[in-house]
Design a protein around this ligand. Structure first.
Ligand SMILES: Nc1ncnc2c1ncn2[C@@H]1O[C@H](COP(=O)(O)OP(=O)(O)OP(=O)(O)O)[C@@H](O)[C@H]1O
Ligand SMILES: [Mg+2]
Length: 218
């Protein structure tokens, strides 16, 4: 379902941030992506999302050639994916409820279905009491949970989660891990970038370990 062949990515034209990376992730898998700060975890996720270009190599996501995206392809690709961004990327002038429902409006679900699914997703992350608040009035962990609710609301085939538990208390972090595991059991393929040894120990999944833009173990 996800295949990365010999990808080289440079941001500045000289130092490769991804240095000839190859990876394969099967449909229905749950993998942790780990490695030190600057290893290239976020960069890989952005490439899979069709958000960053790369110099050489090939990337296939559900049969879509991500290096050669057309407008129509990029829409199909992103429709099948949920992305929990490392810096959340919440819309500041929309409420919690609107931040989560917005993703579905873009896709064109009807209002009743949108309200129902938004409510379910907020319940899953324990945020229904905050549904009318604006992101600026919430803690970092609460904002993170909105970002997770937003990524899961369309039941995407693939969920790319960039440090989704980075700002959470250990207990809540484990709860969030379990939430991703439930989504995985319902069929979503999950790529979960994390630094946390505790999280990786708590979830018994394949670990792809990056260092300086290379896969050092998988
Ligand atoms: N937009 C950008 N422009 C230039 N360099 C960038 C850009 N984004 C990332 N980099 C560089 O690419 C390298 C990999 O960054 P990336 O964000 O993928 O690492 P990471 O593994 O996600 O790190 P962290 O654990 O800190 O989130 C770093 O050296 C970073 O400085
Ligand atoms: Mg990162």
């Amino acid at each position: 379902m996800i295949q990365v062949f010999n990808v080289v990515k440079m941001y500045d034209g000289s130092n490769p941030v991804l240095d000839n990376i190859s990876l394969e992730i099967s449909k229905g898998e749950f993998v942790f992506l780990t490695g030190p700060s600057g290893a290239g975890k976020t960069t890989i996720l952005k490439i899979l999302f069709g958000w960053e270009s790369f110099e050489t190599g090939q990337v296939l996501v559900q049969g879509i050639n991500v290096g050669k995206l057309t407008h129509r392809n990029v829409y199909t690709l992103r429709r099948s994916m949920g992305f929990v961004f490392q810096d959340y990327k919440l819309l500041p002038n929309k409420t919690v409820f609107e931040n989560v429902s917005f993703a579905q409006e873009v896709i064109g679900h009807d209002q009743k279905k949108i309200r129902f699914k938004t409510w379910e997703a907020l319940k899953n992350v324990g945020l229904t009491p905050k549904k009318d608040a604006y992101p600026a009035y919430l803690s970092g962990g609460e904002q993170q949970r909105i970002a997770i609710a937003r990524a899961m609301v369309n039941s995407p085939a693939i969920i790319l989660a960039d440090e989704p538990t980075g700002n959470l208390d250990p207990d809540i972090a484990i709860e969030i891990l379990k939430l991703f595991e439930e989504l995985n059991q319902k069929g979503s393929t999950i790529i979960f970038a994390t630094h946390s040894q505790e999280i990786m120990k708590a979830g018994n999944h394949r670990v792809i370990n990056l260092n300086r833009g290379k896969v050092v173990s998988s």
